[in-house]
Design a binder for this molecule. Structure first.
Ligand SMILES: [Zn+2]
Length: 254
């Protein structure tokens, strides 16, 4: 490793209820090899939060329990050997009362064929207010129109990390056309993104709002890190992407 930087994976799913594939903390750390990754932003697997295969999904007590247990698991696994920054995976009950001071951010996730967030709910507005009060970053994966709505209307000014260079939010280019990437509060991560799009992003928008992420268990932490190192960016830029930017973002959470 060419750097003394603390390397932070800014995008990992981790849980022990969804075993397809296995993705608890030991499954994650067993994949690290000598990559030097020593910390991760982690959020629950989608399958522990709602039934993504049922667009008419109605929330119920069983799922509320599953969700709470999933979010709680991440609060208990950080250690001196591997540091975990838990992000609270918020769903339609907008249960921000479950947030505590260990939470460092929010995961907000939906694909176009999945059950929708109730954006008109007063609980949604209250959740955004709490996110704003704590200055929490939100990892937002939503379809294109809802991404624009979230950024431009619902939660203007909130720091948003659009994962995968936008791959699942309408695509890098479509977001670029809407002027999303130049906004000072919009961040992104490199998880499963192409080298070409990462290079283009850094050229156009600089290196201070892009974070290395793996999308474990769908991406491999060590090889996703290698992808970023292979860009051969100047050391200062590389260090920012593989850890510095994430550390700064996390340090600003209240
Ligand atoms: Zn992901």
């Amino acid at each position: 490793m060419l750097t003394s930087m603390k390397i932070i994976d800014a995008h990992a799913h981790c849980g022990r209820q969804d075993r397809f594939p296995p993705q608890d903390l030991s499954d994650y750390t067993s994949r690290l090899g000598n990559s030097g990754i020593s910390a991760a932003i982690m959020f629950p697997p989608v399958a522990e939060i709602y039934d993504r295969y049922d667009p008419n999904f109605k929330d119920n007590e069983k799922w509320r329990r599953r969700r709470a247990e999933s979010n709680e698991y991440l609060l208990a696994i950080s250690s001196s050997r591997f540091e975990v920054y838990p992000f609270f995976f918020i769903w339609n009950d907008f249960a921000v009362e479950q947030l505590n001071e260990a939470h460092k951010g929010i995961k907000w996730h939906r694909h176009s064929d999945e059950p929708v967030y109730d954006y008109a709910s007063p609980r949604c507005a209250a959740a955004v207010a709490e996110i704003r009060r704590r200055n929490m970053p939100v990892v937002l994966e939503e379809e294109f129109e809802n991404t624009l709505f979230f950024i431009n209307e619902l939660a203007g000014g909130v720091r948003v990390i659009i994962p995968h260079l936008g791959m699942l939010n309408g695509g890098y280019e479509l977001l670029r056309g809407k002027g999303i990437w130049e906004k000072p509060n919009i961040y992104t991560d490199t998880a499963l993104a192409s080298l070409g799009e990462i290079k283009d992003y850094v050229l156009r928008y600089g290196h201070e709002r892009i974070l290395f992420g793996s999308d474990f268990p769908f991406g491999d932490p060590a090889s996703e890190l290698n992808k970023v190192l292979r860009l051969n960016l100047p050391a200062e830029q590389c260090d920012a992407i593989i850890g510095g930017n994430a550390a700064k973002l996390l340090s600003e959470v209240l």
